[in-house]
Design a protein around this ligand. Structure first.
Ligand code: UPG
Ligand code: MN
Length: 742
């Protein structure tokens, strides 16, 4: 890593500002509010405990007090964990224009880009091609850039697409440079660019014909001879023998472009482009994406061993060619560098509809909470858009852990050309599926194993080791990816995350114990995500219990005349109000916030409950962990409904059942309450809060009512789900009424 050190000192010599950091103005207010809110929570929990200990004479009052105590304790705990990122939020800014002033481009450190893909049908090869081209065309010395694509799908289609990309890069890279193109993802460029010239027309035609060839190959599922132009390509495709399957195949490493050798049409060097499909066998564990990334860490070490590594999901294309320079503004800062593990850019998504109906932007996770993390040890690693220092994968900032062979060490210099026999055979060796046996990979070095949320776990372990990270959120989004575009995909994705988090929560590295012990408040930020699934407890309680009580005319909240009534109002409005303010202050709109809180409720009634259940089953050995890749394919009809902001249910799934039950039950309880008010019977004062709550849940459930009653399109709620949910809601009412409310 000599290269990185020299680079730092030379820039440090010039006293030019590369980055600034500033506390957010709302910090003091946050702290005052935290003190007041803590008192309010304590008062409420005291009230519940008292009710439970002193006044519980019947099964009814006991059940109610206990449920409310448990639900509110969970909410209180989760609220406390959020304080960790409200205590010291910061905004950073970086000045890449200054970097250009003080450093010569040929002093920039090398950059290895890792792109992961896993399934040519859920992750169309054209998407991978566009992502690869967008980073190959970075505004960065091309001979310092190496792009490695990991293909866990072991697909000849993806390899073919990348070969085509390599040929197209010859034209695309000079075109971008010459015309100073911002969208270096060709697809995005041709969709948005309106000004035409002969040159543009020409390159567009090339791109279109590439698309046709790749499309044809993907459609037929094989690479026919007409598309193979050289013996080298033949040799590569010949590796796909009859015995080759995605779960069982030898390593395939194909150098598609070699920098310092391959030149584009204007005579400039091209970056390295390497296709890697690590060895797979049915008898060994592959650790999903973490395993893929570790294989890339090693393969890239043998070939280019750049000190900076950028990890990207295959859909996360670059939207700004300056991005590596922004990362360098931190990496080259001698005040930050010694402990710096990574610079994290937020995940941003293309094609989100106006009010973001599925809250796919995940604004709190990707944009708001990281500001708070950044005032402590830095943002969590979110899997993509992350510039790592290679050194951060080998031990803590002061103690280096060597890997088993010297060639994989971060300061090992690669002397030979990457296509040389010795390099290629070493690269194959380190991509083998038994290579990691009896090594520290996945436990002490590299990306860490043991969680389906490998990003969360790896970043967490690095922070525990004493590393820090930096959050970089420039105005022009650095990367754009694909968000799930239907409800079920979203719920499945969140279920996977939930399971991944639980694997960490209940490991020996649990954030609440190990995390808080090793890094205090920062550990609390990780505890917040670790217990996401626990939100399902209060959400379930508040979606069903007050409503069942209402249907039985039983009051469970304070009357309007009692002081406790105002405590409830304050707690509710305080939490929602603060959440709303943060959302809007960071550029959100009311519409998006509203959907964000709705989706939170929906996840609580599906992803989290099912994630928890599946985690338990898996821990008992009843089912196995799997990584279900999120589809990046968009169907026409589906995307039309998405653009109209209509919820997509479509396929019948058990995940829809609890939320539909809640919708039905809240409708009936609200109607019951309403009819009693009209008739002037019942205790309105006592039942008011329950009525308000039912009303609130109903407004949130509006898309579900629509999907049950008003719609006839393919995305409506399947009748099967409605029937089962109605039956279960009725059964719940019947059981509760006859056992508890009798
Ligand atoms: O065995 C596998 C499974 C997945 N992937 C890749 O992992 C990435 C993320 O998969 P995706 O289905 O898009 O999951 P998301 O939930 O959308 O991804 C988020 O959550 C993941 C952890 O669950 C992180 O790895 C991602 O970076 C983060 O964007 C994709 O590029 C896949 O190709 C692999 O390489 N190998
Ligand atoms: Mn994804």
């Amino acid at each position: 890593m000599g290269g990185l050190r020299e680079f730092t000192t030379s820039t440090a010599a010039a006293a030019t500002t590369l980055n600034t950091v500033e506390p957010l103005r709302r910090t003091t207010l946050n702290r005052v509010f935290a003190a007041v809110y803590t008192c309010a929570i304590s008062a409420l929990l005291y009230h519940h405990a008292q009710a439970l200990l002193l006044h519980n004479k019947t099964l009814l009052s006991f059940t109610i007090s206990l449920s409310l105590l448990v639900a509110d304790t969970v909410l209180a705990f989760m609220w406390i964990t959020t304080q960790s990122f409200r205590m010291r939020p910061v905004h950073r800014r970086e000045y890449p224009e200054n970097l250009k002033k003080v450093t010569k481009r040929d002093e920039f450190p090398g950059l290895d880009v890792f792109i992961c893909t896993a399934d040519p049908y859920k992750e169309p090869p054209m998407g991978v091609v566009n992502t690869a081209l967008s980073v190959m065309a970075y505004d960065y010395p091309t001979e310092k850039v190496s792009v490695y694509v990991s293909d866990d799908g072991g697909s000849i289609l993806t390899l073919f697409a990348l070969m085509e990309a390599a040929k197209f890069a010859n034209h695309w890279l000079p075109f971008c440079r010459k015309n100073d193109v911002m969208e270096r993802n060709p697809d995005a460029y041709f969709t948005s660019n309106q000004s035409w010239s002969y040159e543009t027309e020409n390159i567009k035609m090339m791109y279109e014909s590439l698309k046709v060839r790749v499309g044809h190959v993907v459609e037929t599922g094989k690479v026919s001879d007409e598309y193979i132009t050289s013996d080298q390509e033949h040799e590569a495709f010949d590796k796909w023998t009859d015995r080759f399957t995605r779960q069982d195949h030898p390593t395939v490493i194909q150098v598609l472009l070699e920098s310092r050798k391959d030149k584009d049409i204007t005579g400039n060097y091209l970056p390295n482009l390497v296709y890697v499909s690590r060895e797979k066998s049915k008898t060994s564990h592959h650790y999903f994406k973490a395993g893929a990334l570790n294989a890339l860490l090693r393969v890239s070490a043998t070939m280019s061993n750049a000190p900076i590594v950028l990890t990207l999901d295959c859909d996360a294309y670059s939207n700004d060619p300056e991005t590596p320079l922004r990362a360098l503004c931190y990496i080259s800062d001698p005040n930050i560098l010694p402990n710096l593990a990574f610079v994290q850019f937020p995940q941003r998504f293309r094609g989100i509809n106006k009010n973001d109906i599925y809250a796919s932007e995940n604004k709190c996770l990707y944009e708001i909470n990281p500001l708070g993390h950044d005032g402590l040890r830095g943002p969590h690693y979110v899997g993509t858009g992350t510039f790592f220092r290679r050194r951060a994968f080998f031990g803590n900032p002061s103690t280096f852990i060597a890997s088993e062979i010297v060639e994989l060490s971060p300061d090992h210099a690669v002397e030979e050309p990457i296509k040389s026999q010795s390099i290629l055979s070493l690269a194959h060796r380190v991509a083998g599926c038994n290579y990691e046996n009896q090594t520290n990979w996945g436990s002490k070095i590299g990306f860490r194993y043991g969680s389906l949320s490998e990003d969360y776990f790896t970043g967490f372990r690095q922070h525990c080791e004493g590393w820090r990270s930096v959050f970089c959120n420039p105005e022009r989004p650095a990367f754009y990816g694909d968000a799930p575009n239907n409800l079920l995909d979203l719920l499945h994705q969140n279920k996977r995350w939930a399971i991944g988090l639980l694997q960490v929560t209940f490991s020996k590295y649990s954030p609440v114990i190990f995390g808080i012990h090793s890094m205090g408040l920062m550990g609390l930020t990780y505890s917040h995500s670790a217990f996401w699934t626990s939100f399902s407890i209060p959400i379930t309680v508040y979606a069903f219990l007050p409503q069942l009580a209402l249907l039985n005319g039983v009051t469970i909240f304070p009357k309007v005349s009692e002081p406790l009534f105002f405590l409830y109002c304050f707690l509710f409005l305080g939490a929602y109000g603060q959440d709303f303010l943060e959302f809007v202050l960071e550029g959100g709109t009311f519409g998006k916030w509203w959907n964000d809180q709705r989706i939170w409720m929906i996840k609580g009634l599906s992803s989290y409950i099912f994630g928890l259940t599946e985690y338990l089953l898996m821990s008992l050995g009843i089912s196995a962990f799997g990584f279900n890749v999120t589809s990046k394919v968009v169907g026409d009809e589906l995307s039309k409904r998405y653009d109209q902001e209509i919820f997509e249910f479509g396929a019948p799934s058990p995940m829809f059942v609890p939320m539909t039950m809640a919708a039905i039950l809240n409708f009936f309880s609200f109607s019951w309450g309403f009819s009693h008010i009209i008739r002037g019977v019942g205790d309105l004062q006592g039942l008011l809060l329950q009525m308000l709550l039912s009303g609130f849940v109903m407004v949130n459930c509006w898309p579900i009512y629509e999907a049950i009653v008003l719609r006839s399109d393919k995305g409506k709620l399947p009748a099967k789900v409605t029937i089962i949910a109605t039956f279960l809601a009725w059964a719940l009412y019947y059981i509760a009424t006859s056992l508890i409310f009798k």
